[in-house]
Each structure stands twice: as structure tokens, then as C-alpha cells.
Design a protein around this ligand. Structure first.
Ligand code: CTP
Length: 473
């Protein structure tokens, strides 16, 4: 089969020429070929394999490009990279490779093209297109990768136990590709993942999170999380989530399965946000429910304080998986901690002051919080479903109204502490704090508007009750 049409970009002719000059064969391989056949968007990343030195080929290619782009050489790995226009091109010599058991660092040995294809992760990632004169554009597919692409199947070229044990990150990659491409994973592979799951221990948190982020960035992350769960990987990565997978019954009272609920919430939020951190918040929003679950005769099942505990647990997870401990963590924690606030509003009559308080507490994240909480509506009761969504619409409208009127999103007190101190000739004291707090509460309750005059009058009347004298100045 000829795939010259995949080689439109002028860089391929340049690589072909460089190969010819060096008398060395080269092939484009991996994701570029896979995505071309699947007609997926090109992701600006091309892998080239050389039968010989990938580094030499890269240096030659650079020479042939007018502006001679810089070649980055990774000697230990025998690879080199250069940037052509905005495309990253990675060159590697064909390898017959084995991995050290305790690390991901490969031992490199020269190999044939088929050796190289053999040591790749999946048949759909082992497809190569020739860049050599006599066979330019030919697809080289010794493991029926094309058929697997058509059958939507993730399969390893070698015995999966070998492929996964060589590089355990591939277990995550299999599940990530299945989610991104909506492919099945071959049964034998799934069983091998389960058998080799403990090998994930040698993979860094950063790499695992990279794959989790890719899964979370798809249209239906539940596909990936269900695979992770069934193969036992999720238990190793996020035991806080698998702990949610149970339903207990006491005296005929049950509670919902919060694991499957969570996956539904994550899928629900995807059409409404691309922000992977908001998707993380959806994933973690109920993790506090397993450790806080209690039963009592009066209330049935309760999860008191699960939001607050969930926020703390989110921090532990971020630390454990080496995720960024910056404003992203703060955001996820805030979403988890506040995750029940809008739903409580939506279940009841929506009052202005409750909305004002919500906006005050959530600040600029209030819209994200609303998006999260709307995704949290997974009730199968159509009457309730409709009612909650209607109430959310009311809350959204009120958020806009309240914001226009009272500007509580980034609340600034309309009267400052200094002014109150001057007004009563006081030093910083408990009374000042109380007065400031009372002003804020009055605004949030809708007793006074968020304006200077009203706040001034309010402070005077409050101060009188506290027995404070206005200074004469
Ligand atoms: N590869 C592999 N094992 C890995 C990582 C990569 O065998 N653990 C091989 C695959 O042939 C893969 C190629 O290296 O196609 C390039 O890897 P990478 O850029 O990570 O993945 P892509 O397949 O290009 O896809 P994506 O960028 O979507 O991850």
C-alpha cells in the first residue's frame, strides 16, 4: 500500500535526501502514521527511525535545511531532535531493545526495522512509511496494525507480558489510547495489565499523571477510569476513588455508589469545560465520602464534613503523585470544599442572600463551581432532574443580578477599617473587627447595598449600640 499522500510536508523529501547521502534507510513511524490513517488532527510531532545512527541523520537533515536548525542530541539514548517550522522531529536509530527491570533507561542495540517495530508499544503505533527512494511512501506493517486500526483494537506486537513489563507506563498508555480513540483493548492485553500492575511502581508520578490528564482530557474519561479500575491500576494510583465503589445497606437503607456516580459526573462535565483541573475537581469531589460515611436511624446515611475532608485528601493526592502544589491544587481544593453549596441552593427556594454568599465565597471561581455542581446532578428521577436544572438556571440568573448590584465577587469593604478607626478615634481593636464584619454580613444578607453612604450610616448605628462615641473632627 502506498502512502505518499501522508508525506506532503517538504521535510520528508529532505529526510529522504539526507538518508540517501548517508546511504542509510529511514522511515516515519508511530503516532504520525497512526493519526494520518485515522484522519486525526496532526499534533506537530514526527518520529523518524533510521537503520543506523539517528543522530547522524538528524545532523545531515539540519545541514540540508536553509536555516540549519539546532539539533538537540541525547547521546545516552542515541536520539536527536530538531525543530522544522513548528514541528518537532525526533530521530532514533532502529533498536533491538531491552529495558532494565528497575528503570526505564533502555540498553540500546542496533537492529532492523522489524526489530524496532517489535519493541514498540502497540501494533497501531508500529506502522512505518518508507522514506527511501525505491519504496518511498510504502507502508510497512508486519503486525497488521492497519487491521487493528480498522477494527479499533489496541494490541501489543509482542507477548503483552513482555511489552508491559519492559515499560510499565505502556499499561497506562493502552488505556489512554483506548479512551482517546474509543478503541477496545485486546482481552489478552487487559489480563496482562492486571498481572503486571505492580510494575507501575517504577513509574514516576509525573508520568502517570500525564496519562491521567490525557484520559481526563477526552470526551468520555469514564472509559479510561473503568479500564483502570478493572485492571487494578486505579487501586494503586487513586485508592481514594476505588474506596467509593461500594453500597451498604442497613435496615433497608442504602446509599448511592459514589464511584460510578463520580465517573458520571466527570463525563457530564466534559461538554461544558476543557479545563483539566475542573475535571480533576469533578473526579475528586466526593472522595471524602468513604471516610465520613455513617449511618444513624434518624437521618439514614450521612457524609458529614466530606467536602472539607475531601479538600485535605486532594492535597495528599497531589503530593503523592507529584502534581503541581500551586494555584491548581488550591483551585481543586476550593471546588471540592464548596462542591455541595450550589446544589443545596438548587434543592430549596433560591434566595438572593444565599446567592450573594455563594458568590462572595467562590469569588471568580463561581462559574466553574456552578459547572461542577450542574454536572453533579445525576438523579434518574426526571422530575427532580428537571427541578434541579431549573433551579440552577435561577441561581445563574441571580448570580448575574446580585453581581451587578452588589459586586461581591471580589469583595472590597465599602468603608475601610482606617476610616472606622478615625470615625471613633480608636486604635486597631476587636470593635473595629466586629464593625467591619457586621458591614460585610449586612451586605451579604441584603440589608444594605454595597455602597459607602449606606455602610457609613450602618456603622454609626451599630457603633451606637456598642456604646462608641463618634470623634469630633
Ligand atoms: N513508544 C513506545 N512505548 C512508549 C512510548 C512510545 O513504544 N512507552 C513508541 C510508539 O511507537 C509511539 C512512539 O514511540 O507511537 C512515539 O511516542 P509518543 O510521542 O509518546 O506517542 P505517540 O504515539 O506519538 O502519540 P501521542 O503523542 O498522542 O502520545
Amino acid at each position: 500500500m502506498n502512502y505518499t499522500k501522508a508525506l506532503n510536508n517538504p521535510i520528508f523529501k529532505i529526510i529522504a535526501q539526507a538518508g540517501q547521502e548517508l546511504n542509510l534507510e529511514s522511515y516515519v513511524i508511530g503516532g504520525f502514521v497512526r493519526d494520518f490513517i485515522l484522519e486525526r488532527d496532526f499534533k506537530k510531532d514526527i518520529d523518524v527511525v533510521a537503520l543506523g545512527s539517528g543522530i547522524e541523520l538528524a545532523l545531515k537533515v539540519s545541514e540540508l535545511i536553509p536555516n540549519k536548525p539546532k539539533v538537540q542530541v541525547f547521546k545516552n539514548y542515541g536520539t536527536a531532535m530538531l525543530r522544522y517550522k513548528d514541528i518537532d522531529i525526533e530521530f532514533v536509530g532502529a533498536r533491538k531493545e531491552s529495558y532494565l527491570q528497575e528503570s526505564r533507561n533502555p540498553i540500546v542495540e542496533n537492529g532492523t526495522l522489524e526489530d524496532d517495530q517489535n519493541r514498540r508499544d502497540f501494533t497501531i503505533n508500529a506502522l512505518a512509511i518508507s522514506l527511501n527512494k525505491a519504496t518511498y511512501g510504502d507502508l510497512i506493517d508486519p503486525f497488521n496494525g492497519l487491521e487493528d486500526l480498522q477494527n479499533k483494537c489496541i494490541k501489543t506486537p509482542l507477548n503483552p507480558d513482555i511489552t508491559y513489563s519492559d515499560d510499565p507506563l505502556r499499561m497506562m498508555r493502552a488505556i489512554r489510547f483506548a479512551t482517546q480513540l474509543n478503541f477496545d483493548i485486546e482481552q489478552e492485553s487487559l489480563i496482562a495489565i492486571e498481572r503486571n500492575k505492580e510494575r507501575l511502581n517504577i513509574i514516576s508520578g509525573e508520568r502517570i499523571v500525564d496519562e491521567l490528564n490525557k484520559i481526563l482530557s477526552t470526551d468520555k474519561p469514564s472509559i479510561g477510569f473503568l479500564h483502570l479500575y478493572k485492571t487494578g491500576l486505579l487501586e494503586l494510583i487513586l485508592p481514594e476513588l476505588t474506596a467509593l465503589n461500594n453500597v451498604e445497606e442497613v435496615e433497608g437503607h442504602t446509599h448511592k455508589n459514589n464511584f460510578y456516580h463520580t465517573l458520571e459526573v466527570v463525563d457530564n462535565i466534559c461538554p461544558n469545560t476543557e479545563d483539566v483541573w475542573l475535571r480533576w475537581a469533578a473526579l475528586l469531589h466526593d472522595i471524602g465520602k468513604a471516610p465520613t460515611k455513617k449511618f444513624n436511624k434518624k437521618q439514614g446515611w450521612t457524609f458529614h464534613g466530606h467536602e472539607f475532608l475531601g479538600g485535605k485528601m486532594a492535597k495528599k493526592i497531589f503530593e503523592r503523585l507529584h502534581m503541581p502544589l500551586n494555584n491548581k491544587l488550591k483551585f481543586v481544593q476550593k471546588m471540592v470544599i464548596m462542591s455541595s453549596r450550589p446544589i443545596v441552593l438548587a434543592q430549596d427556594t433560591v434566595t438572593d442572600s444565599a446567592v450573594r454568599r455563594l458568590v462572595f465565597d467562590a469569588g471568580d471561581d463561581v462559574d466553574d463551581l456552578m459547572t461542577l455542581c450542574e454536572a453533579d446532578i445525576t438523579t434518574k428521577n426526571p422530575t427532580k432532574f428537571k427541578k434541579y436544572h431549573n433551579n440552577f438556571d435561577i441561581v445563574r440568573k441571580k448570580i448575574i443580578e446580585v453581581e451587578e448590584k452588589d459586586h461581591v465577587r471580589q469583595f472590597q469593604p465599602p468603608i475601610s477599617g482606617e476610616e472606622i478607626m478615625q470615625l471613633f478615634n480608636l486604635k486597631p481593636s476587636r470593635e473595629i473587627g466586629m464593625l467591619k464584619e457586621a458591614v460585610k454580613e449586612a451586605i451579604l444578607d441584603g440589608k444594605i447595598p454595597n455602597e459607602y453612604e449606606a455602610a457609613y450610616e450602618f456603622v454609626l448605628s451599630r457603633a451606637q449600640k456598642l456604646g462608641l462615641q463618634k470623634a469630633d473632627n
